[in-house]
Design a protein around this ligand. Sequence first.
Ligand code: IVH
Length: 675
Amino acid sequence: MADMIRQTREAAERRAAALREQIEQHNYRYYVLDDPQVSDADYDALMRELQTLEADHPDLVTPDSPTQRVGAKPIEALGEARHGVPMLSLDNVFDAAELGEFDRRVRERLGTNRIAYMAEPKLDGLSVNLRYEKGRLVQGGTRGDGQVGEDITANIRTLRTIPLRLRGEGWPDLIEVRGEIVIRKADFEHLNRLRLEAGERPFANPRNAAAGSLRQLDPRVTARRPLTFFAFGIGESSEPVAERQSRILERLRHWGFRVYERVQTVTGVEECLAYYRRLMAQRETLPFEVDGAVYKVDDLGSQQHLGFTARAPRWAVAYKLPAREAVSVVLDIEPSVGRTGVITPVARLEPVQLGGVIVRHATLHNEDEVRRKDVRIGDTVMLRRAGDVIPEIIGVRYEKRPHGTQPWCMPLNCPVCGAEVIRLEHQAAHRCLGGLYCTAQRTGAILHFASRRAMDIDGLGEKLVEQLVGRGLVATVADLYSLEWAQLVKLERMGERSAHNLLRAIDASRATTLARFLYALGIPEVGEVTAKRLAEHYGDLDPLERATADALTRLPDIGPVLAQRITHFFAQPHNREVIDALRRSGVHWPAPAAAIQSKPLAGRVFVLTGMLKGYTREEAQERIEALGGRVTGHVSKNTDYVVVGDNPGSKRDKAVQLGISLLDESGFRQLIADK
Ligand code: IVH
């Protein structure tokens, strides 16, 4: 009997080891090489088998088992992580001349003419040190003061791009691997959208998002964040690893790490500059935030010869890309009235160059934000601008605050129409109650209606709309469709031909799509994406007008607040009148396809992952197909929903990465019961 138990245990142990190896191999193919070998279903099956095996034999669970990547239990506080070799910083240069100086110093010290450098992107994330003993990950730490950082091992383990055991062969018994943990720009934006929806404060930038995700006490939170580790070097090592930095990166790749694709060996300062220019040109389209190029003398012997200053190596330098952060002074804080009556405090700034444009204004979002940051007129502030995003004030230099400044308050009356300003309970925004009497709201609503992604009325710009509203020619958007040529030619800066062209553009806008029309209506907080969702789901305006808030919240990404905004909008008699007037003026969109009407999930693509309690896979698939939907095995950008059951596999992560809607079992049940 005892023998039999031992044998089963041994067999289980062997199977568990084999499964772990296979799963880690698939993880590596998928997350590091971006080249999966198996279908998601096969991967999920392996993972489930291992989970069952470990549940039956809990003593077989090892810390490096892939099942442990889902996140261990929360801890009280982060401990210390001492680095075997200090984690230093890099000296920065900001222009070609300074880079030339760096190269000259290196050449002089080495007595060589041309230097071979390893050029690498400088990734903007959180720098970490991973300690491996006998090939196993034993500790992960942040940089801290360079000698001692925070121990984030439990969080680090949840990253699929960090091998729990080194792959391949030839690694030293003890090795520290160094690199940067980053989050994709798209994932960062998705994460912030979810945080806003949940009433949480968004992260200021991808770097903060990565750092915040890793300095968590609950590794399960980290496990849900789409973080990626890129290796760029080594720290302590029990034996030499290579003679060149380029070879170190190769070996790190071989041991299972991801190394950024855009690393390259370059020779001489001209090639360094060419590399920088290429990186700069690609900056906006790179999936990760890059804030510079790093050049490292490739030959490690030369590195040793050059040595270190107190804070940085002499053999490496970072050439920073133009900053997206700058400092300016707040000249005024102006309440600006938007098309929905929301009053936004906008800081007027001393003009400053930022990320290639001159910035004069920065939004402060709402009164709470002004209070939270305690921004006052006269303050010196730090600004940040990422890509095309509107510049933001990220902090105040309180030490520079002049005497006698006052906290800013929202005015009691609308600065445009004088109507009362109120703040609804549980809402951050203040609103002007002037409604259509407020010319700012009317002008804003019309400009939005006419904008390119809405009804796309070419030639209807701000100055023109102000005149139309000011002269009482247009009170609501529906009035645009009864404008006449004789009225238009009398307006300032309006010739006969442009009046004619404008009328043509207005006429052309009558034929539109439901999604554009819904977006154009300017329903508070209904952006293009929501408008599209609503149009696809309801097919036509009438069923949407009849939809209850409850039914709306069952759609992905529509929370209770948004649902209420939508029903409230359609419940207003005034809004219905405008919509009716628009339809009477000939605004129309294609009739919904029959399939959409008859089959509520027609065209929707589902992926199932994990086990559902109430349905077998086949049953879930049958339900979806009966309602006109399709089930596929792979998550791609064409997937509409990923249904997530217990113990989901990598499909869930992939969905998060691609920003695809996740449905848990109850969400799925509601979705199909609703049909
Ligand atoms: S090498 C002694 N390489 O930049 C060498 N650092 O300002 C130190 N960083 O703390 C680092 N990408 O967090 C190196 N390809 C790269 C890097 C990189 C980003 C970060 C790293 C470091 C900081 C130094």
